[in-house]
Design a binder for this molecule. Structure first.
Ligand code: F6P
Length: 553
C-alpha cells in the first residue's frame, strides 16, 4: 500500500534495489552496451521538446523497474496529484506549492481557498503585458520624458537566479533593446558597479522580493533610491522609477512605492519557483511578452508530461530516480550539471538553489530524522571549459560523480565548425566516462608510441581511466523560450520527485534562518553601535575585533 510517510529504506523495494546494485558490480556499462545493441533506443525519452539519452547509466531493465516500484511504494502518484491540485504540500508553512498554476493556459483553473488562482495569474500576466508594451512603446517614460533604456533588478535567491538565468539564456530573443542589470549581493561592489553603468533619467529600478523583508534587497534598494534622488534632485521622481514585485504590498508601500507600482506575488509561489510570476518581469521586459508566454508554454508542456506520462517514461521521474540511485545506493553525494552552451552558463547556479534549498533537509515531513542521504551537492559549469578544469576528477578521481550533459543540436551562433566541435567534446566526455580506458588499452597505446617496456610499466597505470561513470545527455533542437521553459520545469519536477521519495518537505527553507538571526546580532557589534558581546565564541569575537580595528571602529 503506497504511503507518503513510509521510510523508503525499510521497504522491500529498497532491499531489491540493493541486491540489483550488488549484482551490477561485476557488470560495467561498457559490457551492457556490448550485450545490447539497442540499449540507446531503450533508454531514451522525448518530451516537451527535450530528449533524454539515459543509456549511459548503471542501469538495466530490472533496476529501472525497481526504481519505479520504489517511487510507487513511496506514494509518488499521490504526492504528485497533491502538488498539482493545490493541496497544502508545504506543511511547515501551511501552503500549496503551485508554480505549475503560473504557466497554465487561461482556460484552466486551480482553486486555492475557493479562489481560482489561474484567473489571478492571467490578470497579472495581462497587466505585465500592458506594462511591457508601455515601456517598449514609450508610453511609460522616465521623469525627464526620456524612454527607459535600462532596468536594475534588485533581488536575491529565487528573486534573482531565475530571471538572471533566463535573461542570459534567451539573449538571442531580446527584442526591446532594454539592458537588464541584476544586483543581489550585500557586497557594496554589486550595487556600486551597477550604478556606474546606468543613467538615472533612463533607468527603472525593480525591487524583487516575495517577502520584502530580505536584508540584502532592502539595503541595496535604499542605496539605489538615495543615489537616484541625489542624481536627479527630485524625490517625487522616485514614484516613476521604482517598482516592486512582492507578496508584501504593505512593506513595499512603507518603502515608498505606491501600491499601483506593485506587481503581486502569492504565498503559494515559492521563491525558487517564482521566475514564472511577475518576478519574471526583467525577462518579459527584455525578450518581450510573447517570448515570455512561450517560456510559460514550454514549462506547461513539461508539466503535462510530468502529470500524465507513465513513470518509467516520465522524464523528471526517471532523472530523479537515477539521481536517488547514485546518491543513496552508490553514495555519490554530488551531481554535476554541465551545459554545453554559453547561454546556459548560469544554469548550475540556478539549480543549486532549486535543488539544494529544496532538498537539503535532515528530517522528514513528519519531523523524524531521515534514514538515508537526501539532496546531493549540485555543481557544474559550461563545457567545454570544465574539461580543462574539473573533468580530471570526474574521469580519474576516487568519487562517483553522475553528470547531466545538456546540449542543443543547433547553435544561435554558427561560426566555422565550432558547434560540431562543441558537440564532439560533449559526446567524448560521456563516452570517456562510460567506456574508460583499460590497462591493456593504455599499454598498447604507449607501445604504439614506441615507448620501452619499462616506460610503459611506469606510465600505463596513470593513463588508465576506470570508466563506468554515469551520465545523462539532455538534448533540445535549440535553446528557445519553449525548450528553456521545459528544461527548467523538468528540473523543478525532478527536485520534487526526489523530495517525495525521501519524504521531506521540498518547499520550506528553515536552514537559512539561523544565519540571518545571528547576522542581525553581529552587525551592530561590527559597526560599533554595540560593544563586542563577551558571550560569543572566541573565534567570532576575535574576528569582530579584527574588523573593528581595520575599520577604526
Ligand atoms: O533566504 C532564502 C530565501 O528566502 C529564498 O528562499 C528566497 O528565494 C530568497 O531568500 C529571497 O527572498 P525574497 O524574495 O523574499 O526576498
Amino acid at each position: 500500500m503506497p504511503s507518503t510517510s513510509a521510510d523508503p529504506t525499510q521497504t522491500p523495494e529498497w532491499r531489491t534495489l540493493e541486491q540489483h546494485r550488488d549484482q551490477l558490480l561485476s557488470l560495467p556499462m561498457k559490457q551492457l552496451f556490448e550485450n545490447d545493441p539497442t540499449r540507446a533506443d531503450r533508454y531514451f525519452i522525448e518530451a516537451a521538446g527535450l530528449s533524454l539519452d539515459f543509456s549511459k547509466n548503471r542501469l538495466n531493465g530490472d533496476i529501472l523497474e525497481g526504481l519505479m516500484a520504489l517511487a510507487r511504494v513511496c506514494g509518488l502518484d499521490e504526492q504528485r496529484s497533491a502538488l498539482l491540485s493545490g493541496e497544502r504540500v508545504n506543511k511547515t508553512e501551511d501552503r500549496p506549492a503551485l508554480h505549475t498554476a503560473l504557466r497554465k493556459p487561461a482556460d484552466h483553473s486551480v482553486l486555492v481557498n475557493g479562489q481560482d488562482v489561474v484567473a489571478e495569474v492571467h490578470a497579472t500576466l495581462n497587466r505585465m503585458e500592458r506594462f511591457v508594451s508601455g515601456i517598449a512603446e514609450h508610453a511609460i517614460v522616465g521623469y525627464s520624458g526620456k524612454a527607459f533604456t535600462d532596468i536594475v533588478s534588485i533581488g536575491i535567491g529565487g528573486s534573482y537566479l531565475g530571471p538572471r538565468l533566463v535573461c542570459e539564456a534567451l539573449k538571442p530573443f531580446q527584442q526591446t533593446g532594454i539592458r537588464c542589470h541584476f544586483v543581489a549581493n550585500i557586497d557594496g561592489t554589486d550595487i556600486c558597479e551597477t550604478l556606474q553603468q546606468v543613467d538615472p533619467e533612463t533607468t527603472l529600478f525593480l525591487i524583487q522580493s516575495k517577502s520584502f523583508r530580505t536584508r540584502e534587497t532592502l539595503e541595496n534598494s535604499k542605496v539605489a533610491r538615495q543615489w537616484f534622488v541625489e542624481q536627479c534632485g527630485d524625490h517625487d521622481a522616485v514614484a516613476r522609477h521604482f517598482m516592486a514585485v512582492t507578496a508584501n504590498v504593505a512593506a513595499a508601500e512603507e518603502f515608498g512605492i505606491d501600491e499601483k507600482q506593485v506587481f503581486p506575488m502569492w504565498d503559494w509561489v515559492g521563491g525558487r519557483y517564482s521566475l514564472w510570476s511577475a518576478i519574471g518581469l526583467p525577462i518579459a521586459l527584455t525578450i518581450g511578452m510573447a517570448n515570455f508566454r512561450a517560456l510559460l508554454a514550454g514549462a506547461h508542456a513539461m508539466d503535462e508530461h510530468f502529470a500524465e506520462a507513465p513513470l518509467d517514461q516520465n522524464l523528471p521521474v526517471v532523472m530523479a530516480m537515477l539521481s536517488i540511485w547514485y546518491n543513496d545506493f552508490w553514495q555519490a553525494g554530488t551531481h554535476a550539471v554541465i551545459p554545453y552552451d554559453e547561454y546556459l552558463q548560469s544554469l548550475p547556479d540556478y539549480l543549486q538553489q532549486l535543488d539544494m534549498e529544496s532538498n537539503g533537509k535532515g528530517v522528514t515531513a513528519q519531523g523524524q530524522p531521515v534514514s538515508t542521504d537526501t539532496g546531493p551537492v549540485i555543481w557544474g559549469g559550461t563545457g567545454s571549459n570544465g574539461q580543462h578544469a574539473y573533468h580530471q576528477l570526474i574521469h580519474q578521481g576516487t568519487r562517483l560523480i553522475p553528470v547531466d550533459f545538456i546540449i542543443p543540436l543547433k547553435t544561435h551562433n554558427p561560426v566555422a565548425r565550432h558547434h560540431a566541435d562543441l558537440f564532439a567534446n560533449c559526446l567524448s566526455q560521456s563516452q570517456a566516462m562510460m567506456a574508460g580506458k583499460s590497462l591493456t588499452e593504455a599499454r598498447s597505446e604507449l607501445a604504439d608510441e614506441g615507448l620501452s617496456t619499462s616506460e610503459i610499466d611506469r606510465l600505463a597505470p596513470h593513463k588508465v581511466i576506470p570508466g563506468n561513470k554515469p551520465s545523462n545527455t539532455l538534448i533540445m533542437e535549440k535553446v528557445t523560450p519553449e525548450t528553456l521553459g521545459a528544461l527548467i520545469a523538468l528540473y523543478e519536477h525532478r527536485t520534487f520527485v526526489q523530495g517525495a521519495i525521501w519524504g521531506i518537505n521540498s518547499f520550506d527553507q528553515w536552514g537559512v534562518e539561523l544565519g540571518k538571526q545571528l547576522g542581525k546580532k553581529i552587525l551592530p557589534q561590527l559597526t560599533g553601535e554595540q560593544d563586542v558581546q563577551a558571550d560569543s565564541d572566541s573565534s567570532t569575537h576575535h574576528l569582530i575585533r579584527m574588523f573593528r580595528s581595520a575599520n577604526d571602529l
